[in-house]
Design a protein around this ligand. Structure first.
Ligand code: PLP
Length: 496
């Protein structure tokens, strides 16, 4: 049965899955949502017999109904291959009675790889299906992590090219090195003299430039974005929640129909929304525990039913969660409003104009699937140390926010349900914070790559390829531009 997509802000426009992937955002600024959340059509026991790619197909076929079996299987095969350093793709590690779902075994050792390794293939397949002949130019502004994951995903994918802008002095050494050493003839990386907001507004202005778009078309180019609101990123993220449940089942950790909790360290609300979709597809999940860092807008939201972004932005040691507007939350709002685009639109315009909105009592009642918690900087650091001291397992700062929130939850509720924590980054990605949590004095003065070797010693985990590669890799990108010259830079790159 065909599943179509609608905007969260109007009832009229209906698009297919491939059209939604191509467009990214709806014309009215809303997010595309499936008209209903489909159910799995195979039992979890049956899925337990399949590998990651097999489960991915069974989940994704329910959402991308205008893709043929062959198309979808090809996208999956190209994405989840040797770029991942384990055949399991997303292995589970137990430590101190907690099950960590490691989502960081892809090219850039963070969970964004799970979706960004398949998005390019979904995008070019969608272009073909809709008779788009132009080369797709991906334009992204990054504060560090997304840019590299997008570069790695799109590198050498035929029919696409990618330009990434980053704040020249606003990312870590390791992050910059990861980007400027990116291979692939279709990749371009540009540092700007400005901050992340400048890069972001610059990209937005280029996307909105109609005159430029016209000249692009004449040359056979069109822009697209790899933004986290694209359903081509959301759908692949549902897969690993279904997959991980079936692994726990297969290993005998849980019995048939046994419920589990899932804890997700949250920023844009994309990853946890995927877990919510998995629950609605039929995975036995009790609580979805939404973990925030000190930017705890979501904690307050779940507690009070009011979303209020009017507050100070705090820089933390879990930077990928430093977000005050969780854009994917709009999809949850739409659903708890009874798939009502009118109400959703009202709340979103209140967010835009006043920075705040308030749920109705009826909507608030439907939030009982969720539990919101947050961890302070101090608690995050202590959690890394506690887990390491107890078990020898080393977790990154984002994962530690989730683990910290889970320890609090367990103490508060005495809920003994088996619990999966989404582990969103390798500790190698945030080695400085992680090592200083383990022993501040000892590691404080060490250089980046020295720290990596020390981390390998304390954790017993080999330094990942993603890190080894950049130690000696030559710099391939050295473009730098002023923040008001981003458009000219794009024109120069594309020869317009
Ligand atoms: C992006 C990111 C998150 C937050 O995920 P959302 O889908 O934005 O909630 C958490 N941890 C890491 C390491 C990330 O890169």
């Amino acid at each position: 049965m065909e599943l179509v997509y609608k905007s969260t802000r109007n009832e009229q426009d209906v698009v297919t899955a491939s059209q939604a992937i191509l467009k990214g955002l709806a014309d009215d600024g809303g997010l595309f949502v499936p008209e209903r959340i489909p159910k799995l059509d195979k039992s979890l026991e049956e899925l337990a017999q399949k590998d990651y790619q097999g489960v991915a197909y069974e989940v994704m076929k329910q959402y991308l109904t205008d893709f043929t079996e062959e198309e979808l299987k090809q996208c999956i095969a190209k994405a989840y291959d040797k770029k991942f350093d384990t055949d399991k793709i997303a292995p589970i590690k137990e430590a101190d009675g907690v099950y960590y779902l490691e989502l960081f075994h892809g090219a850039t050792i963070a969970f964004k790889d799970m979706a960004l390794s398949i998005l390019p293939h979904l995008l070019i397949t969608s272009a073909k299906k809709n008779h788009v002949k132009n080369e797709i130019v991906i334009l992204t502004a990054t504060s560090g992590d997304t840019g590299k994951a997008a570069l790695a995903g799109f590198a050498d994918v035929e029919g696409t090219s990618i330009i990434v802008f980053y704040p020249k002095n606003g990312v870590s050494n390791v992050q910059e090195k990861q980007m400027v050493t990116q291979k692939g003839a279709n990749t371009k990386v540009v540092g700007i003299h400005g901050n992340f907001d400048d890069a972001q507004s610059g990209v937005k202005a280029i996307f909105g430039d109609k005159e430029l778009a016209k000249r692009m078309l004449q040359k056979g180019y069109q822009f697209s974005s790899a933004n986290s609101i694209n359903i081509g990123r959301l759908v692949p993220q549902i897969v690993y929640y279904v997959y991980s449940y079936t692994r726990l089942l297969k290993e005998g950790t849980i019995k048939k129909d046994e419920k589990i909790n899932i804890v997700v360290p949250t920023g844009n609300f994309g990853n946890i929304l995927a877990a919510y979709y998995a629950k609605n597809m039929g995975v036995p999940i009790k609580k979805l525990i939404c973990a925030s860092n000190e930017n705890k807008v979501l904690f307050d939201f779940f507690k009070t039913g009011t979303y209020n972004k009017n507050r100070k932005f705090i820089l933390t040691s879990s930077p990928s969660m430093d977000i005050l507007i969780s854009s994917n939350l709009e999809r949850l709002i739409y659903k708890i409003a009874g798939n009502n685009a009118k109400i959703c639109k009202q709340l979103m315009s209140s967010l835009k104009n006043e920075g705040v909105y308030q749920l109705t009592d009826e909507m608030e009642e439907q939030l009982e699937d969720f539990y919101g918690g947050y961890a302070s900087e101090e608690e995050t650091i202590q959690t890394i140390k506690k887990v390491y001291d107890k078990t020898g397992y080393v977790i990154d700062t984002h994962t530690a926010v989730a683990a910290g929130v889970y320890y609090d939850y367990k103490e508060e509720t005495n809920d003994m349900t088996k619990t999966l924590v989404a582990s969103t980054a390798s500790p190698y990605k945030f080695a400085r914070s992680v090592m200083s949590a383990i022993d501040k004095q000892k590691y404080e003065l060490m250089e980046d790559f020295e720290l990596m070797d020390e981390l390998s010693k304390v954790s017993g985990v080999k330094v990942p390829n993603a890190i080894e590669e950049i130690r000696l890799a030559p710099v391939l990108h050295n473009l730098v531009c002023e923040k008001d010259k981003m458009k000219e830079t794009v024109e120069m790159i594309l020869g317009l």
